[in-house]
Design a binder for this molecule. Sequence first.
Ligand code: LLP
Length: 463
Amino acid sequence: MSRSAHPAGPRHADVLPEGHYTAPPTDLNVLDEKVWARTVGRNDDGVVTVGGMEVTRLAEEFGTPAYFLDEADFRARCRAWADAFGKDADVFYAGKAFLSRAVVRWLKEEGLNLDVCSGGELTTALDAGMPADRIAFHGNNKSQEEIDRAVEAGVGRIVVDSFQEIVRVAHTAQRLGTRQRVQIRVTVGVEAHTHEFIATAHEDQKFGIPLAGGQAAEAVRRALRLDGIELIGIHSHIGSQIFDTSGFEVAAHRVVRLLAEIRDEHGIELPEIDLGGGLGIAYTSDDDPREPHDIAKALNEIVTRECEAARLRTPRISVEPGRAIVGPTAFTLYEVGTIKPLEGLRTYVSVDGGMSDNIRTALYDAEYSVALVSRTSTAGPMLARVVGKHCESGDIVVKDAFLPADLAPGDLIAVPATGAYCRSMASNYNHALRPPVVAVTDGEARVIVRRETEEDLLRLDVG
Ligand code: LLP
């Protein structure tokens, strides 16, 4: 994202440092609805509320740092995705973005399916009552034990990721006297426009079987020869936090070309294709994500057009949004601790969490927004860097953002759009206690993942 330094700046500095920031908003008290969960707003006292509850009260009751998740927003986004794709397609929520038993129940109630990628996610899904046939099992290195459990449970599909796995799944299914529905994950050779660590369709990386050199076609040949497998389709996931559909277009084109080759060689038309997840969300006011309806329309048109050109029946499409469903629904609430103005640079605002509850800034150079939420302020903007309390200078939560210059220890600030890949990637670095996830809706707040305790840490330490 290209952004330019703004001529105005922090009160305490005449010269502005290099940075990725745009002009400070004219009113720092205004919350950009693009980046905040749907029920978030400010009440007459200037306190931010979510689901009808004041953040000051939530902080008192649940402590900080904590993730607050707007359940109504989560459910609305599930419905928006399901409605957009309609009954001729399947939406699988990608559990890696954030998974808990409550989330599984919401998905089940809203009619979504679930993509899991580990034994732990599978256990959570089954334990919370997701019907196995609505589960897809992913992963580039599934253990034999995970394959056994997935096949035994009767998952709706296993997305196989290597030649070895095709054989393993087939043998497992045979041993268990069943036939496993399988999709083959291919890499289509697309460079998705996103951070290198979250791009997954170019060939030089660990996921999938390349279309290049006929490797995917060979995987199909082998799968079709094995009795334990029912090959139902081809899977492609090009990466994450993607805003334009051109990468999906190329992916769909290449996947459909493979379907046509399979028809020509084997005389069968595979009934399904999965285009993966990866749709971007707004982390800052500069991001402009597309609506599910728009995305569904674009993907359906691309697949239909490609299939018509190849004279194939249009397969059933599935997609796997994770971030686009849960990401915007939550924010992290922190209490401000020490504040250090660095002359000519910026002001370092330390909070009571950090890279242990949000690793994305350090890992992907991700950008976030932040706002003072326990009160309003009429003070001017101060260029701030929100940092955590870990023993690492890269422990940054928000790299460059404007906060009111009268910010003080004890104020509450919140970072929006932290529903995806924050709690799910949280760590115990420095023996930090991972924060709770609190679901808020209609004036009620309920812990769905509790805060870790020091007893939890000591329980694992058995030396
Ligand atoms: N399907 C497959 C096969 C995936 O590998 C992923 C994400 C998804 C769906 C969901 O993608 P989403 O819609 O959430 O972008 N930790 C990184 C993202 C890694 C994504 C891994 N796979 C981040 O924080 O940005």
